[in-house]
Write a protein that binds this ligand. Sequence first.
Ligand code: GDP
Ligand code: IMO
Ligand code: MG
Length: 421
Amino acid sequence: MTNVHAVVGAQYGDEGKGKMVDFFAAKARMVIRYQGGGNAGHTIVNEFGKFALHLVPSGIFHPETLCILGTGVVIHPMNLVTELKSLQAAGISTQNLLISERAHLVMPYHLWQDIYEEQSRFAKVGTTKQGIGPAYQDKSGRFGIQIGEMRDLDRFRERVHSTYEQKIQRMPGLADVAGSFAEMWEELETAREVLLPYITNTLPLVQEAVQGNQPVLLEGQLGIMRDIDWGVYPFVTSSSPISGGVAAGAGIPPTVLSRVTGIAKAYTTAVGAGPFPTQVDGEAGAWLRDKGQEYGATTGRPRTCGWLDLPTLRYGAWLNGYTDLALMKLDVLSGLPEIPVCVGYELKGTRHDMPLPAYQLEHVTPVYESLPGWQEDLTECRTFADLPTTAQAYVERIEQAIGVPVSHISVGPARQQTLVH
Ligand code: GDP
Ligand code: IMO
Ligand code: MG
């Protein structure tokens, strides 16, 4: 029996993955980020303070837990250096970090390409402008550079120079906003010095841990509705946050995955464009945003808020294969007389139980069921029995609708505000 546990976003990102990975990491041998890059903003509140991690895996606060940036991740070298320095300044050791030599680089030109492409799009994606899409485009297009290529300085310089020249030629508009090669190289050389000791072949370590039945955690970035294949395409990211992305991105066979925890807020939020059926505007939306402090950890953008969308969780139960769910931010819903929960969608007289492609999802009408609310503050609750009965019923309704147990309920940002159910 293996002990390989994926923690994946069950909605549109920002569900609280960082908090739960930090929580589970206390008992893990290693935590592997398997996709995405600096577009992540994973917030962790623990005895060391409050942190928003972008690239570094959320297990970093546990010195005995190895933290791996997996092969499927894309890394902006200087941004990673800045993040490492800020952690070190807060007294957190980063010696337990390792970077897969096969992970791809996000180059400075990918950031301006991201902005350039976003400007030229008819339907804006609303990206985080972290160069994620362009870095994955170059990876798929066979123009990318793997981080292990940094080791040989002369060869690396040649590679960077030729890709830079190609990029300028292929996208003439970029030449005007790009810094010079010399500027870019200076930054890369500095970052290279810091990052070299972390770069390694992670495969034997991961293999040893899995084969030794040690607890291995996989940390997802974003959520199912922004998955490149199954999300609201084209308003998605350029990688696979679903559990199907774990094997390729972390370097494990799919058959060893033994647990998949879907992280879901007790309501729904999204940043960026695209359909969001349960979105609520006006006063109710503003109330959720204020109460939940729904502002992006990476961009500071206000998140769009809405009610819980059960079709999305049902979709993930199949596609991600949830063994359990963690229900986050239940405390935020205190104070409502009734809580609408979306149980399905209607489109042209037909009922749908799962999300549709974006071009159809934008036309659906959500079907709501109203559940009784509660007035009590939940932030001091520490067991399921401490919750008001209507809050317990809310959790049980989700379990019943999705057919997946809710194993954890979160009632605040801190580690100890986590109820095991
Ligand atoms: P991630 O990207 O999935 O890691 O999620 P984010 O960190 O972007 O967003 C989740 C936000 O909710 C962060 O500010 C967390 O500190 C906060 N948070 C997590 N769990 C809870 C909870 O149960 N209650 C409240 N009130 N805040 C929470
Ligand atoms: P975490 O890991 C929320 C959204 C962007 C945009 C789309 C594509 O903290 O949950 P990208 O920059 O990836 O090309 O943007 O995805 N997005 C996120 N939304 N949380 C994130 O990360 C996100 N990362 C990207 O807003 O809609
Ligand atoms: Mg986030």
